[in-house]
Design a protein around this ligand. Structure first.
Ligand code: PLP
Length: 514
């Protein structure tokens, strides 16, 4: 066995991994990467079909990002943001503010301040703490002497949500497995149904060989549920402080895409009830949700008016919220921020939130939060380069092409009976494995359906990781059509290898002829 594989098995504990399974085999040891290709220590090549767990944007070893890091390396790698400013972090903050307020139409509210941290979880913690304290300070006390205590601000997030692994982020999330494990450590947050059209109890449509969002039959009951949730909470005398969501598509919840118009409608409801909007764009940010989206000009004039989808237009924004002309009060960024090269995160917010933390020193209104590596120079230099690449015409064209290619190559998947739903948003796709597409019958987690398919893909040279029974395809933006075709044909082969029995059993004549 390779030396590094041996060391890994002896000393390393891997995240979200049953280590007993891990220790049964020799791990793939990645040695280098170029574009969408990863190479292991044995010289074997793999396609990076989930952009190294959703982080990589432009491919590995991008010359512009490499040289930005190298240039910064010759000056300094890190000095503290506790007490000092630095060059790349200042520049990056300005660039993020510019990118987050892209058109004059989406200016309400303006995102003007950037708080740096280390990863997606901390980006959410920062938003959570700021929203909590902002609400306490601005809403004041409840009425009446007997109950003259500060209200505890409450948060609403989506069913199945994943917002990270620190305690605050897990509290915001609603994944039963994690809550069972850490329930005693968490604070309570409320959840509301997410618009999971494929498995929606309100969707009366029979399964078809198409994206469930497009053939669903419903009356937007999911939006009604959100309305209901907000008004019930208001009656309790403590309206929600903030509504937390992943815009356009929930990632770790199972690659659950939202039908056009959902976000716009629920954002309006939340605003009407005075809640802050916290957009978790850790996965969706930086162009991942694609090029085509809401026609901003048509949506904005009367933001209170209920909009009837479809209202799709054209918009080249980098953030998913803007596709529905929604501007949050907090924009949480991580994964792709540095192009996927270094751990760094940012939480953008408004002047209004910022101002609530201003005061005389001894008033102690300071935001008491920070990390050792806040505003790290290497990460900031990589991020500046990455954002600049994203704003080039070449990158926009490349992404538009990739989006089109992805849509085309995904179509072949509908021919497989064990694929129930193919969910495509921009530059990401979730492919849901089922026992039978006609009944939508799911595999139980114990079946390890997603894991087995991904293992079969890895044997064929394509690396990705499932979310339960959902296979994720999230190619780096530099992925060619041939590479994309290989990702999808490999997925087809893997599914056929893992689930051959059913097809043959239902067709005994074919079995006899083999
Ligand atoms: C990955 C992810 C997080 C957590 O980010 P880490 O960098 O792993 O802490 C939070 N929210 C979303 C939507 C994510 O995809």
């Amino acid at each position: 066995m390779n030396k590094f594989a041996q060391l890994d098995r002896k000393f390393v504990w891997h995240p979200f991994t049953q280590m007993r399974d891990w220790l049964k085999r020799e791990p793939i040891v990645i040695a280098s990467g170029q574009g969408a290709v990863l190479r292991d220590v044995r010289g074997r090549e793999y396609l990076d079909a989930n952009s190294s767990i959703w982080t990589n944007l432009h491919g590995h070893q991008h010359p512009k990002i490499n040289s930005a890091i190298a240039r910064q390396l010759k000056k300094i790698s890190h000095s503290s943001a506790l007490g000092y400013a630095n060059e790349p972090a200042s520049l990056l903050a300005a660039k993020l503010v510019q990118a987050a307020n892209p058109k004059s139409e989406i200016r309400n509210p303006k995102l003007e301040k950037v708080f740096f941290s280390d990863d997606g979880s901390t980006a959410l913690e920062v938003a959570l703490k700021l929203a909590y304290e902002f609400t306490r300070r601005t809403r004041g006390k409840t009425a009446g002497r007997a109950s003259s205590r500060a209200v505890t601000p409450k948060f609403l997030s989506l069913d199945g949500a994943y917002h990270g692994d620190t305690i605050g982020a897990v509290s915001l999330g609603h994944i039963d497995l994690f809550h069972r494990a850490y329930g005693g450590m968490l604070f309570r947050t409320d959840k509301v149904m997410s618009p999971y059209c494929y498995r929606c109890p309100f969707n009366r449509a029979k399964p078809e060989r198409a994206d469930a969002r497009n053939y669903r039959k419903c009356n937007w009951e999911c939006v009604g549920e959100v309305e209901q949730k907000f008004s019930t909470q208001k009656k309790k005398g403590n309206p929600y402080a903030a509504f937390v969501f992943e815009p356009l598509m929930q990632g770790a919840a199972g690659m659950i895409p939202q039908p056009d118009g959902w976000l716009r409608q629920v954002a309006d409801i939340a605003r009407r009830h005075g809640a802050l909007l916290i957009a978790d764009e850790v996965m969706t940010g930086f162009g991942r949700t694609g090029i085509v989206a809401a026609d901003v000009r048509r949506l904005i004039p009367n933001s209170r008016k209920k909009l009837e989808p479809p209202h799709v237009g054209r918009y080249d924004g980098l953030f998913a919220s803007h596709h529905e002309a929604v501007q949050p009060d907090f924009l949480c960024l991580a994964k792709g921020l540095t192009g996927g090269y270094l751990p760094m995160a940012a939480t953008l917010t408004t002047q209004k939130v910022f101002d609530a933390f201003l005061g005389e020193y001894e008033e102690f209104k300071t935001f008491f939060h920070g990390h050792s590596f806040t505003g790290n120079q290497l990460g900031a230099a990589a991020s500046v380069a990455s954002v600049e690449i994203l704003q080039t015409e070449k990158s926009i064209r490349q992404r538009a092409q990739l989006q089109k290619n992805l849509h085309e190559v995904l179509q072949s998947l509908w021919s497989l009976p064990n694929i129930g739903d193919v969910r495509h948003v921009g530059l990401v796709a979730g492919i849901e494995l089922v026992k039978n597409w006609r009944t939508r019958e799911p595999f139980v987690l114990r079946d390890r359906a997603g894991i087995r398919v991904c293992e079969a893909m890895a044997r064929r040279g394509v690396l990705t990781r499932p979310v339960g029974n959902v296979i994720v395809l999230m190619p780096p933006y530099c992925t060619t059509k041939a590479q994309l075709q290989k990702m999808v044909s490999t997925l087809c082969e893997a599914v056929t290898e893992i689930f051959p029995v059913k097809n043959q059993a239902s067709n005994p004549r074919r079995q006899a002829s083999v």
